[in-house]
Design a protein around this ligand. Structure first.
Ligand code: ADP
Length: 153
């Protein structure tokens, strides 16, 4: 009989994104993902054009949100998401969809990632009240001096 440790059976999901910034919509996906997975690694993609400091700032901010949640960790990464997931022993990618526009993109990514690696994508529909919320809207409102705290976790 082979010995399998609990760690090997652990359900680890990588939740990849730009998170610029991390919004209440992202936080809702993490919260609901915690009902499905043992651990979630929030993976902040390093945008080659913008450099590492943006991602590092996002990592610090998101870590503050989850400082009391040992099942959530936060890291910056570059390169292919499935390579990062494999390195971390994650068998799942977690993503969210708000609309048909998101749906087609998420479906294509899920199919490519599955073909590349066998890693399964678990895609959650956004809560209706969060479906219009995006990082780009938050950035735009902030640029014009609006209070964006209602949109952030
Ligand atoms: P990316 O640049 O990879 O799309 P984002 O940071 O914009 O990264 O989003 C990461 C994931 O979170 C994506 O799957 C996106 O569809 C999802 N997401 C973003 N905003 C929301 C929201 N308001 N509700 C649910 N899912 C969301």
């Amino acid at each position: 009989m082979t010995h399998t440790s609990i760690a090997e059976n652990e359900r680890i999901a990588v939740f990849p994104g730009s998170f610029n910034p991390f919004t209440a919509g992202h936080a809702d996906i993490v919260e609901r993902g915690l009902a499905l997975f043992d651990r979630i690694i929030i993976a902040v993609g390093v945008n080659a054009a913008k450099g590492e400091s943006d991602a590092d700032n996002a990592v610090e901010a998101i870590r503050c949100v989850y400082s009391g949640e040992p099942r959530v960790s936060v890291e910056a990464y570059s390169g292919l998401t499935v390579h990062f997931a494999r390195e971390r022993g994650a068998r799942f990618l977690l993503r969210g969809v708000r609309s048909v526009k998101d749906f087609e993109y998420e479906r294509d990514m899920a199919q490519i990632n599955s073909q590349l690696s066998g890693i399964e994508s678990v895609v959650l529909f956004s809560r209706p009240e969060l479906a219009a919320l995006s990082s780009s809207v938050v950035r735009e409102l902030a640029a014009y001096g609006e209070d964006v705290t209602p949109f952030l976790p």
